[in-house]
Design a protein around this ligand. Sequence first.
Ligand code: ZN
Length: 202
Amino acid sequence: MKVICIGRNYRGHAKELNNPVPDRPIFFMKPQSALLMNNRPFFYPDFSRNIHYELELVIRICRPGKYIPLEHGGSFFDQVALGLDLTARDLQQQCKEKGLPWEIAKCFDGSAPLSPFVATEKTDTRNLAFYLLKNGEKVQESTSKEMIFDFNALISYVSQFMTLKIGDLIFTGTPAGVGPVQIGDHLEGYLNEEKLLHLQIR
Ligand code: ZN
């Protein structure tokens, strides 16, 4: 399975990092070893001094597909979760400045904490509300309708380049409000008022 991550999919977040709003989706990938599940703690790595949280809606692919037409995108996922795209912002900045790939900033072990999935069958996936608490204080909040490219558009676009397979995950981008974590912090992610994700930084 693969983990596909979308960048700059909310206007507010593109702005806060001084990035232009894209005219087509931007994606990168994380390895399976980045996934951190069952609310296990994240251990702050030695190689960064500026790890940021990015709360994201994550969809799970339920049918294989390639060249998926936009209007059929919705039938290729059936579950949604919350994920954190943990990013070593200091390393990412160095990579950006040098035009180098981002892997050291995005793909490290535990850089993709993931909540349990919920079935999308009975939910309106165009209006999923989610937010993140850091030490009990709300730091990010949005809904899926604020995405620049919706789930269908993302599935269609990514599938032009690579075959999507059952179990593949798409982290669909983060809204504004990203910021650093420190040892001792705890993060809680809510989807439609239900607490799905809990992460301790150790
Ligand atoms: Zn992200």
